[in-house]
Each structure stands twice: as structure tokens, then as C-alpha cells.
Design a protein around this ligand. Structure first.
Ligand SMILES: [Zn+2]
Length: 310
């Protein structure tokens, strides 16, 4: 992928190629990582920095959009390699980076022990002294380049997005959905929201997407996966699908086989949209690319239904 504005896309290789990205912003001889994948990705992140001409000591910031493990699981391990870097994290996420016990337990409940060991590796606590808590509007400087953290709940309550004024773009974590290059067509990127467990809030997600759009961004840098443009159309696609996903959840709220019903209804929704988008992959191919996300979106909708009852 070409480098614009000093922004390097790093494939963390979590789960498969071109699924989970981290970013390096290199500016005036200093560096900031945004999201970092799991501890298995540390060598890839350091290699990217070296290619950009940066030593580990030249990295000032590791910014995590939220503390889900595919974004922040490797933070503690990475910081051990970066003598001058500090971790920038949402106020609700910070306690879980300092003491990851609950994070590990929560992820183990979703993924199971075998998958945790295989995919996530060791989750290293981050020393409290190295943590910068970034509330809404927190501004960082990377050698004079302004990076602004903006609270964006909806996918998770511990989520912010990062505005880079230099490129006029957002680093969106999971707030601006998922867009895999395998599903690009002549019409541009294909996008799907993520409602993964356990804090999906549709109204908050709509509002967060609107908030991102108020700056008329030129591009969005998604963790899953890479830079997308055509941002206004994608925002509309996300808004529509959030409502459709809520409708599906309501429709199957009382079904006995609720989880399985949600998996198949979500799959049918995304396949129908992929056909309208003229994606080259056949239906089975679309479902294969989105399989893990469909499973997590179904689980997250169940969590939302259960929470909404209380
Ligand atoms: Zn997430």
C-alpha cells in the first residue's frame, strides 16, 4: 500500500491477511502507532517503523481506539519494546490496559480458551505511569502534528476515533464499520457495521458516525481493513444497515434458536447488499469473508437485546 501523509498501513496478520490493520504515522523523525493488533504483531510493527527510518526510541505514542484485543491486545508487549512511548487510551479502557484480567476473562468467554491461546498470545499489563487517559477532545502532538481524540461510543463505550488534521482523515477503529478489499467492486468499497459484544448501542453508533462526518473527512482508516474514501456514501450505507440489523434483532427476539436465526438473517442481509454492490465473489465467498464478523455481530445483537430488556 502506498504511503501518503506519512501514514503506513501494517497488516497485523491476525486471523488472516488483510483483516486487521495497525497504522504508523511517521512525522519529522517521530512516530505514533494507532492500534497494534495482538502481541504476535509486535515484530511487524517494529519492522514497519524501521522501514520508515524510525528506531524504537523514536516512537512517542501508541494510541488504541478501544481495548478490544484485535486492536489493543498487544499494547503491553509492544510498549516493552518502545522505551519512550506512552499509551493513549479512552478513560473507560485505561483500567483494562493496566490490569487486563477482566479483558482476558471477557474475551475467553466470547472466543474460548483454545482460540485465546492461539490467536491472542500473552496479554501484558501496561504500567500505569505510561498511560495517558484521553477524554473527549484530548489533543496530542506528534512532533507538532495535531492528533485529536474524539469520543465515539456505539461499537463500544471505551472507543474514541483519532482525527488527523494533516491528512483530514479519521482513524476509526471499529466505529466506521468493516470494509474488506476482497469485496471492493467498480462501485468502490463495500462496508458493514460491527455490533460485536458486549456494548453495541445503535443510537450512539448513529450519532458517532454523524459526528465523524461533520468534519467532511477525505478518508477513513479502518482497522478492518485499510483506507477507504467515498466516505459520505459509506456513512449512508452504515446508517441503513444499523437500522436493518436492529430490525433483524427485534424480529428474532423471541425465537428459540435466536443466535442461529440472527446468523442466517445477517448473512442474507449482507449477501443481498453485496449483490447490489456487484461484488465479484459469489454468495459463498461473501459469507466466507464475513463469517467471523457475522458470528460476532449476531452475538453482539443478542447482548444488546438482553441489555435492552433490563
Ligand atoms: Zn472492536
Amino acid at each position: 500500500m502506498s504511503v501518503e501523509f506519512g501514514i503506513h498501513t501494517i497488516d497485523t496478520a491476525f486471523q488472516r491477511d488483510h483483516f486487521d490493520a495497525a497504522y504508523l504515522i511517521a512525522h519529522e523523525g517521530r512516530g505514533a502507532f494507532i492500534d497494534c493488533g495482538t502481541s504476535h504483531a509486535v515484530p511487524r510493527l517494529l519492522a514497519c517503523a524501521a522501514q520508515a527510518g524510525l528506531q524504537p526510541a523514536d516512537i512517542d505514542w501508541l494510541i488504541v481506539t478501544h481495548v478490544h484485543l484485535d486492536h489493543a491486545g498487544g499494547a503491553g508487549a509492544l510498549l516493552q519494546e518502545l522505551p519512550n512511548a506512552r499509551l493513549v487510551v479512552h478513560p473507560r479502557g485505561a483500567p483494562h490496559m493496566i490490569d487486563p484480567a477482566r479483558l482476558i476473562a471477557g474475551a475467553t468467554a466470547v472466543y474460548g480458551e483454545a482460540e485465546m491461546a492461539r490467536s491472542y498470545g500473552t496479554i501484558v499489563p501496561v504500567p500505569e505511569a505510561r498511560v495517558v487517559i484521553a477524554g473527549d477532545g484530548h489533543q496530542l502532538s506528534l512532533a507538532g502534528r495535531a492528533l485529536l481524540c474524539v469520543d465515539t461510543p456505539g461499537h463500544a463505550r471505551h472507543h474514541f476515533c483519532v482525527w488527523d488534521e494533516t491528512s483530514r482523515s479519521w482513524f476509526t477503529g471499529d466505529t466506521f464499520g468493516l470494509s474488506y478489499r476482497e469485496l471492493d467492486s467498480e462501485r468502490g468499497p463495500f462496508i458493514v457495521p460491527t455490533s460485536s459484544p458486549v456494548q453495541f448501542e445503535p443510537e450512539a453508533l448513529h450519532a458517532s458516525i454523524d459526528r465523524l462526518m461533520t468534519r467532511a473527512p477525505k478518508a477513513m482508516y479502518l482497522t478492518h481493513y485499510g483506507r477507504v474514501q467515498d466516505v459520505a456514501r459509506l456513512a449512508g450505507d452504515l446508517h441503513e444497515q444499523i437500522d436493518e440489523m436492529v430490525g433483524i434483532a427485534r424480529q428474532y427476539e423471541k425465537a428459540d434458536d435466536r443466535h442461529d436465526a440472527l446468523v442466517s438473517a445477517l448473512g442474507a442481509l449482507y449477501v443481498a447488499r453485496a449483490r447490489r454492490h456487484e461484488c465479484a465473489l459469489d454468495d459463498a465467498g461473501v459469507l466466507r469473508v464475513l463469517a467471523m464478523d457475522i458470528e460476532l455481530n449476531a452475538q453482539g445483537l443478542v447482548c444488546w437485546l438482553e441489555r435492552d430488556k433490563r
